[in-house]
Design a protein around this ligand. Sequence first.
Ligand code: UDP
Ligand code: GLC
Length: 539
Amino acid sequence: MKKGARISLLVLLAAGLWLALKPTAGNRRLTFLPVHWSEYVDFMDFWFNLGAFALLAATAWLAFGTWKKVLGRACLITGFITLLNVMLELLQSSIPGRAMDLADVWAGLLGCVLGIVGSMAVQLMTEGRKSSDGIPQVLFLDQTGRLGGAELMLLDIASARAADSEVVLFQDGEFRSALENAGVKTRVLRLDDEASSVNKQAGLLHVLRSIPGIVQLILQTAQASRSFDVVYANTAKALIIGGPAARLAGRPLIFHLHDIIADGHFSPINQCALIFCANCFADRVIANSEATKDAFVARGGRAELCVVIPNGFHIPEERTNKDDLKKLRFSCLNIPSDAFIVLMAGRLAHWKGQHVLLEALKPMPSAHAVLLGDALFTDEDREYAHRLHAQADESELTGRVHFAGFQSDTLAYFDLADVVVHASVFPEPFGRVIVEGMLAGKPVIASRAGGAAEIVSHEHTGLLVDPGNVNELAEALMRLQHDSAFAARLALNAQQTARDVYALPAVQRQIENLIRKAGKYKTDPIPGTDTAPSATQAA
Ligand code: UDP
Ligand code: GLC
């Protein structure tokens, strides 16, 4: 603690002591405005107490406060000061002719809280921006350490501007390693257990219990945001934290919405919180598909904030060579040479519909399913994965379902497939795996809903089937297995469309332009519009 701060603290302590012990007159009560002149002294006393303890608390915060354990430290300081406050009042009552006054204690407590909050605000406001040679500095926020589709998209965005970005995660994991490997600076600000266990379905009580942890994280994030020009929230929890944090820090906020906000995915209270935060705090909302945007607007989200930008993809120069494909097929997965390989890539979760594919494969004895991915996020997902293993052991499927687990390099799996299936039973917000299948030059079958129905043009770049409809999926699979010319035609169209619509550089440029606009920087001279053409337009 600096010498000056120590001296101020002592002076304030002495002032507080004097204020608390000084003589008073009249019958006092807690009042903010005096009604009669006789109450003037009480009024003065109230404000003196408030002011003295506010100053004391502000100094104590500057001396002992920390942004790491912000809530704990603020409570500790308030506790000590209130104890001092009460002791002084008790001391006063031991002096003949004086009495303890609760109104003074309240005034002191109020002052103390105001003092702490005020000094935090001053700290936040006085910290300057990073100097930035015309390139906006962006603080990205994401709640998870796992590698889901939203994180893979962020990985591409952040690594393209690694020198001017930092990613704050609320959980450690392989996502952090992937970012660091790409040269992106990261830091982990953890949510406490109560707050991190709030999931998309959480009810009101659970949400209320998580508030202290959330407040703490908001303050830490606000502090971090001060060194950046733009805050970019990539997930729902990142918006709940990043929205108020960006506002506190006086920074613009972009929210990348990767989810369809609707029943089944989010509890009503979470839907309200998300829409409220997006409407209040976001300068721009990037929706990953028209379906995601429509759901956002239908739930009350402001349409004028929203711009649709699909995910972008690296287009690999080279695909997997024959030897590696053989190794994968025979040594790793043990799939016979005459098998028809159906790939389903993506995390194992009930709404992703892996069980629908397994049912559809029962009447196709030469078809083998490769399930690429793992249960990533919730206990329900892990239970679902167990059920899938049990389903795969059923006699009609024995030996024909291959669980490949999560792989960070998925290219060879797509190259090995004869067909790529997407079978979500709930509208898919976007569906990266569909585009990856198209880029690999494979015929794709996808569920006719959400973003998937925007990516695939039925009978032109793939086949669409009703979500959860086992028979329709089986028919589509058999059609592709038996009509190889049709399958090849779909695959070719799909690959061309995917290359035209979902190339990463164009998507990166659109996002960069939004960042620049939000941060009030000059936008990219290369024409990049606010919206990307949809796959159907391009087809
Ligand atoms: N993925 C992966 N390894 C795996 C399985 C999947 O890297 O083992 C990737 C997949 O290639 C895709 C992403 O995870 O890029 C999943 O994104 P998608 O949008 O399909 O679904 P999400 O899981 O985000 O809802
Ligand atoms: C989310 C969605 C998925 C989308 C991905 C990237 O994880 O569930 O559909 O493709 O984000 O935007």
